[in-house]
Ligand binder design. Structure first.
Ligand code: CA
Length: 233
């Protein structure tokens, strides 16, 4: 029997934040390894093979984005970005380089644990194959039958709308950037202005949400992308 749930590497130069994360995760029976610099972090990634990395982007010796770039050349391990920076472009860049999600400082215990659980679930889902059904609250999506039921009623989506919803549902709980959605749906050479995506999202919300202005299934992360609520299994 494994004593720990998973080994998580925290690369963060601010000692109090590093300690907060470490205490929180240790209490939940995760094994925590700490690194205060990028070089140290990269060396621990190769020597300890952690199950997940929590990565601060603003490190003293190197840009956290460079760590994502390097790790992604050889490993799909979940990388959760922790950042105090408010620049949305940097978060988008981190996500497009292959980070799984981000958490903005200051954050609390429950938010941290929720993000970690989502990343873990997503990894398990990838290794166990894609589920054929998504279910959350009053929404059920059957990917193979191309059916969507909301509040007990079948809802008709266009092909593009269905593709967008399926993509978000298969990545539920995680934020998806506008560009990654656009290139998945319309191809890598699609015009990367968000207008067509926003139009489709407005239609999707009219069909799925009770109040499209206050969505409960697909949230907007301003300047970054969309996040669909976690699959309840
Ligand atoms: Ca920092």
């Amino acid at each position: 029997m494994n004593k720990y749930k998973a080994t998580i590497l925290v690369i963060e130069d601010e000692e109090n934040i590093c300690n907060f994360i470490s205490t929180t995760l240790s209490a939940q029976n995760y094994r925590v390894v700490k690194a205060y610099t990028g070089v140290e972090g990269l060396s621990i990634i190769t020597s300890h093979c952690p199950d997940m990395v929590l990565l601060d982007l603003g490190l003293p010796d190197m840009d956290g984005l460079e760590i994502i770039r390097q790790v992604r050349t050889w490993s799909p391990m979940p990388i959760l970005v922790i950042s105090a920076r408010t620049q949305e472009t940097e978060k988008v860049e981190a996500l497009d380089l292959g980070a799984d999600d981000y958490i903005t400082k200051p954050f609390g215990t429950s938010e941290l644990l929720a993000r970690i659980r989502t990343a873990e679930r997503h990894t398990n889902r990838l290794s166990s194959g894609v589920h054929s059904v998504y279910h959350a609250k009053d929404l059920v999506i059957d990917f193979t039958k191309h059916l969507i039921q909301v509040r007990g009623q079948e809802t008709h989506l266009t092909q593009v709308e269905f593709k967008i919803v399926s993509l978000l549902a298969k990545n539920s709980g995680k934020v998806m950037t506008y560009d990654s959605i656009i290139s998945s749906i319309w191809g890598p050479y699609a015009d990367n202005n968000n207008r067509i995506l926003r139009v489709n999202m407005a239609n999707i919300r009219r069909k799925l949400e009770v109040n499209p202005a206050e969505p409960e299934y697909i949230m907007t992360e301003i300047g970054i992308g969309y996040r669909m609520i976690e699959d309840e299994g």
